[in-house]
Design a protein around this ligand. Structure first.
Ligand SMILES: Cc1cc2nc3c(=O)[nH]c(=O)nc-3n(C[C@H](O)[C@H](O)[C@H](O)COP(=O)(O)OP(=O)(O)OC[C@H]3O[C@@H](n4cnc5c(N)ncnc54)[C@H](O)[C@@H]3O)c2cc1C
Length: 443
């Protein structure tokens, strides 16, 4: 029966950030991080063993978005970067310019002109004019773009736009008919502005390698393989945590950073139950689905200059290319991702290979290795990241972040601020640490 000042639940970006700031503030704080998995990083997870040639591939987060001084991971990365990070001659290098291409499963050539037109059509679909009525009577993003979409004549252009819509659903982690148009198009998110302050960057050795370096650099006290199942708060000055291993741990303050998907599915029981205002926010906020199907071939048979491409008519029509690694990463979101997760690997792979054979009829290629993510079935994620569901506002994020339950429970994580990214999750951990330090009277 151990006693701490602070117990952090979850060693993902948010939990790690909070631990660093508390450790920096005072060595007198007794603290531990309880992590259910056998590794740190949460939805940042790099696979270093599946692929040939010692290649690292991110199964979850890959891009350091907004890589610039406003990003809390920027200075950490600059301190901890190695020569391997700097070797920029391979794969998703630093700031690689995006080159988009298009293919077609009917094996007909797609001209540059029509590929570009499809991209322009997408731009037009997603720049709807301000609609004041939305604020009072919200519709979905799909409803919003549908009138323009329906004007696109049947044919290759439309099939390419359909492929690009799958990419959009992947990015949003939800079907377009589940996303609030008001939130998506018109609400001002301070984080979005911030993201525009820097470019995207990916690391040779994967995002996971940076998280690992951070954890080692600060020698954080992390207890792996420790799933929290029960939390009791009370008017006494200590809250209690029960782990699945049967351990009871006491803490003055608990910082909960488990994903919103776990909160929605009540994987941790709270005693007394969470207050209604907190539970409502958990229920209302959308938590989406995004997956990657990563394929390594015996050769690069597609145009190696492309960073991303679309395949008209394919079941998995959007891929990101890593030519030097001979890798294609197919990405999907929403219902499509959930359906894929429920399918057998062999069937998913067969469908993709069949589409590729039709899109590249003159190429001989062999699949060498693959890896498929299943974030929604993952017991410690239960989805990918949050999305703008109906009836959510910036206030919903704030409500998810607000402390509760005899002021013993604090909250951080991707879902407690808009942005959905690793660095925004990291910032929520720093924010929570600041408040907890004030409570502990350490500034
Ligand atoms: C496919 C995919 C692609 C993405 N791409 C990007 C990208 O390119 N760039 C980007 O910035 N972001 C990306 N993201 C989002 C990013 O991964 C998340 O926003 C970020 O990891 C959230 O950090 P977090 O600390 O809030 O949660 P997590 O990273 O999920 O950490 C929470 C931790 O809590 C642990 N946990 C859960 N339940 C318990 C329990 N009961 N007891 C103890 N521990 C528990 C989990 O195991 C986990 O380690 C992507 C996500 C996915 C799924």
């Amino acid at each position: 029966n151990r006693i701490f000042d602070v117990v952090i639940i979850g060693a993902g970006p948010a939990g790690i950030a909070a631990a660093i700031d508390m450790k920096k503030a005072s060595s007198a704080i007794s603290m531990t991080i309880l992590e259910a998995r056998n590794r740190v990083g949460g939805r940042v997870s790099t696979d270093t063993h599946t692929f040939m040639g010692g290649v690292s591939v991110d199964i979850g987060a890959e891009w350091i978005h907004g890589y610039g001084p406003n990003n809390p991971l920027y200075s950490l990365h600059r301190q901890l970067q190695t020569n391997e990070d700097k070797r920029g001659d391979d794969y998703f290098d630093f700031f690689e310019p995006e080159v988009t291409g298009c293919y077609d499963t009917t094996s007909s050539i797609v001209s540059n002109k029509i590929c570009l037109r499809a991209q322009q059509t997408m731009k037009k679909l997603f720049s709807p004019k301000y609609n004041a009525t939305l604020k009072h009577r919200d519709v979905s993003v799909w409803d919003m773009i549908r009138p323009e979409y329906e004007k696109i004549p049947e044919g290759q252009l439309k099939r390419l736009v359909d492929a690009m819509l799958v990419d959009k659903e992947e990015h949003e982690a939800a079907d377009l008919n589940r996303i609030s148009a008001w939130q998506h198009f018109f609400s001002d998110s301070p984080v979005d502005d911030e993201e525009e302050n820097g470019e995207d960057m990916a690391l040779q050795r994967g995002y996971g390698s940076l998280i690992q370096r951070i954890v080692e650099r600060f020698a954080l006290p992390i207890q792996l393989n420790t799933e929290v199942s029960y939390i009791v708060t009370s008017a006494s000055n200590r809250a209690q945590i029960l782990t699945k291993n049967g351990e009871i741990i006491q803490a003055k303050y608990i910082l909960v950073t488990v994903p919103l998907g776990c909160l929605k599915q009540k994987t941790i029981s709270f005693e007394p139950p969470l207050p209604q205002w907190k539970q409502n926010a958990i229920d209302v906020m959308g938590f989406g689905d995004t997956d990657k199907i990563i394929l390594q071939f015996d050769k690069t048979f597609w145009n190696s200059k492309l960073t991303t491409f679309y395949i008209a008519g394919a079941s998995y029509p959007f891929a990101v290319s890593a030519p030097k690694k001979r890798i294609l990463v197919f990405m999907i979101g929403g219902t499509r991702a959930r359906r894929m997760e429920a399918s057998r690997d062999e069937d998913t792979i067969a469908t993709i290979l069949n589409d590729l054979k039709r899109a590249f009829p003159n190429q001989n290629f062999k699949l060498e290795r693959y890896r498929i993510s299943r974030w929604t079935l993952d017991p410690y994620a239960r989805g990918s990241y949050s999305y703008d569901a109906f009836n959510t506002t910036l206030e919903t994020f704030e409500t998810l972040a607000r402390e509760c339950c005899h002021n013993q429970l604090f909250w951080a994580g991707e879902h407690t601020s808009s942005g959905g990214s690793v660095h925004t999750a990291f910032a929520t951990g720093q924010r929570a640490a600041k408040t907890i330090l004030q409570r502990l009277k350490i500034n």
